[in-house]
Design a protein around this ligand. Structure first.
Ligand SMILES: [Fe+2]
Length: 265
């Protein structure tokens, strides 16, 4: 896959959006919530307003979102953490020219708080090759491979920040195995070291993928599936799953589930 979207991502979207709207409600009122924005303009690359998201929202509201996003990333991507997200606002003329994110985590995310009814044109996240255009739907999480050429189409049609493209964005980072059930860190490491030696991962080409293995009491893999991937040769994932199915983890008192992220450079 080149990108993945999850709609209606976060139950608290409304509260975050309301704080932003309140800060810009009266343009004649001066207060600290208005003075945090950086007009970030790198000629030929980026033009938008940005601010660290963790400073912008009230601590309680921001932390609840952050915790939810991190937990989601562990569960669905096997990525242990996220980079500190930016909050970016795009009004008339704002955009990101095609670029690659380096250095970066294995997956970039864009979480949109853009109004449900958009009054502007453009503002889609684009991936140049293969061509993909992803509109910033309200409460949508978009994930993509940040090593592909990508950007944001120029926003046209509004100067009002409350009508602009509003997104939190960053990278999922620190991929590492994550499990539920009575596995031990030492046991997992031993089994993976042994298992990995036989798997021809190079066939997948560069990219990232997260796999989920269900492990029975006998320590054998009951089932395996792919959660997400950005591999160059995605068609070969099926072959790799056959190898993962042969992994052994030793006897355990109850079944376990292992999420296994893999990054291939
Ligand atoms: Fe980027």
């Amino acid at each position: 896959m080149h990108f993945l979207t999850v709609d209606n991502f976060y139950a608290g979207a409304k509260g975050l959006r309301a704080e932003f709207d309140a800060n810009f409600a009266d343009p004649l009122r001066t207060h600290a919530g208005r003075f945090v924005w950086d007009y970030w303009h790198v000629p030929g690359e980026y033009t938008h307003l940005r601010t660290p998201a963790y400073n912008y929202f009230s601590a309680k509201r921001y932390e609840a979102f952050h915790r939810y996003l991190v937990r989601w990333g562990r569960e669905h991507l096997g990525c242990h953490d996220i980079s500190p997200p930016w909050l970016s606002c795009y009004v008339e003329g704002c955009r990101q020219q095609p670029h690659q994110d380096l250095p970066h985590g294995p997956l970039a995310f864009v979480y949109s708080l853009t109004p449900r009814k958009r009054k502007f044109r453009g503002g889609e996240t684009f991936i140049s090759k293969p061509k993909s255009l992803i509109p910033p739907e309200y409460n949508r999480l978009t994930l993509f491979n940040p090593s592909l050429l990508h950007g944001v189409r120029e926003v046209r049609g509004t100067h009002d920040p409350r009508e602009g493209r509003l997104v939190m964005h960053g990278w999922f980072v620190n991929p590492r195995p994550f499990w539920t059930g009575p596995l031990t860190a030492a046991g997992v490491k031993r089994s993976l070291d042994r298992g990995f030696a036989n798997v021809p991962f190079e066939k997948l080409g560069p990219g990232f993928g997260a796999f989920r293995l269900k492990i029975g009491r006998d320590g054998r893999v009951r089932s395996s599936k792919l959660l997400v991937e950005t591999f160059k040769h995605s068609a070969r994932v099926k072959e790799i799953l056959l190898y993962l199915n042969q992994f052994e983890f030793g006897k355990i008192p109850a079944p376990a589930t292992l999420t296994l992220p893999l990054r291939i450079d």
